[in-house]
Design a binder for this molecule. Structure first.
Ligand SMILES: *Cc1c(COP(=O)(O)O)cnc(C)c1O
Length: 401
């Protein structure tokens, strides 16, 4: 087998240093930029002046360093960094769709994405069809003449299904539409662009930054697309203005350098948890389990060495049973009862009542989301055996096992 794409080495190989040889690129703490000649400024406004910065809503050098590193990680020509994951998602979608267009999307997506697609796009008369992304026949059937894009998550939230990106990209290419993939749960592990996606979006709030100290996002795509979103006269990013603060870009760039090691540890710890959950007969969803319906697909499309990710979900059947269990886990120090993921401490929440509460209950049922589903983002715990023992003691105390 040929060696797979190596996003970690792609980042490691970058030579990004600052104006004084500073190993961390200098932070450009500036909203505007001076021009030595009026002509250059005029050219810049026409998008013709290469290598100059105009205004930080358009581009900022610190944002460019981070964007370049993300493009290297994804293997895309370019990238643009946003103030949140939702900013990345909404910018990409609004750039691709006009009023009267149509979108096909996985029904299992992040709650905010679901709400944007279902409720918000209505005001622009943009139609959305929700499909089971693992059912390729229904994906094909849902595509209409005015469909502009197929939207999915590499690993879907919170059901932890894996999208078959190579197959989905065959469908989108044959129909001449764009495949937009949210890779928030699986940076390093899955490289959607290499598997046929056209546009990759991220919430960097999660694993990429990994510190839970900010919200941020990114769009990785072709030069043409990034130029289009940042176009002075018509770009969605330029005109709606969801740009990331350069101080934040600088801090996220430093965290990106350790992402590969963190992903490995998150994966190792989640794999350990899955093994133990199996031993005690707990109902759980973990895509690294050979019984998971997309295990083979995942194994086939993943990059080497980063594992199956840090996400695992357990099912305690009802929200009423989930509540005291989560409270007890927090009390005993398993981690925090909090939404979000990719933190160095374990985070857990009841998906149906929190991050997927935007999804109506009948659709939750349809997508197989149990009201007692607790999603874990397994942390970087050094003593993961002890973390499991704590979880087990909570289950015993509540007589769930
Ligand atoms: C958190 C999340 C988002 C939204 O990102 P924000 O940074 O909170 O705006 C989008 N997609 C997925 C899969 C997420 O987990």
């Amino acid at each position: 087998m040929t060696k797979k794409f190596d996003p970690a080495t792609a980042i490691q190989n970058l030579k990004q240093f600052g104006e004084f040889g500073d190993v961390n690129p200098s932070i450009t703490d500036s909203a505007t930029y001076t021009f030595m000649s009026e002509n250059t400024m005029i050219e810049a406004f026409h998008g013709e002046a290469q290598g100059c910065f105009l205004y930080s809503r358009h581009w900022n050098p610190s944002n460019k360093y981070l964007a370049d590193a993300l493009a290297a990680m994804e293997g895309t020509e370019s990238a643009w960094v946003t103030a949140s994951g939702m900013a990345a998602i909404t910018t990409a979608i609004l750039q691709l769709c006009n009023s009267g267009d149509h979108i096909v999307t996985s029904v299992t997506t992040y709650g905010g994405t679901f709400a944007f697609l279902k409720n918000y796009l209505q005001k622009f008369n943009i139609g959305v069809t929700f499909v089971n992304i693992t059912d390729h026949e229904s994906v094909k059937k849902a595509i209409q003449p005015n469909t502009k894009l197929l939207y999915t998550e590499s690993m879907t939230n919170p059901m932890l299904q894996i999208s078959d990106l190579p197959e989905l990209s065959k469908i989108t290419r044959s129909k001449g539409i764009q495949l937009v993939v949210d890779n928030t749960f699986t940076p390093m592990i899955i490289s959607p662009f290499n598997l046929g996606a056209d546009i990759v979006v991220y919430s960097m709030t999660k694993f990429i930054n990994g510190k839970n100290d900010c919200v941020a996002g990114a769009i990785c795509a072709s030069n043409d697309f990034i130029n289009a979103i940042s176009d002075v006269n018509s770009g969605t990013a330029m005109l709606l203005g969801p740009v990331l603060d350069p101080l934040r870009s600088s801090s996220i760039l430093k965290n990106l350098g350790t992402l590969h090691i963190r992903m490995q540890k998150h994966s190792d710890n989640a794999a350990y948890m899955a093994e133990k959950f199996e031993e005690i007969g707990l109902k759980y969803i973990y895509p690294g389990n050979p019984d998971h319906p997309q295990y083979e697909l995942f194994t086939m499309i993943m990059n080497e060495d980063f594992g199956y990710g840090g996400m695992i979900a357990i099912d305690v059947e009802t929200a009423e049973r989930a509540a005291p269990f989560m409270e007890l886990m927090q009390e005993k120090g398993v981690g925090y009862h909090a939404v979000s993921l990719g933190y160095f401490k374990t985070l857990f929440s009841n998906s149906g009542k929190s991050t997927s509460s935007e999804v109506p209950e009948d659709i939750q049922k349809e997508m197989g989301l149990s009201p007692g589903l607790i999603r874990f983002s397994v942390g970087l715990d050094h003593d993961i055996e002890n973390s499991f023992e704590l979880i087990k003691s909570c289950l015993k105390e509540l007589k769930y096992i």
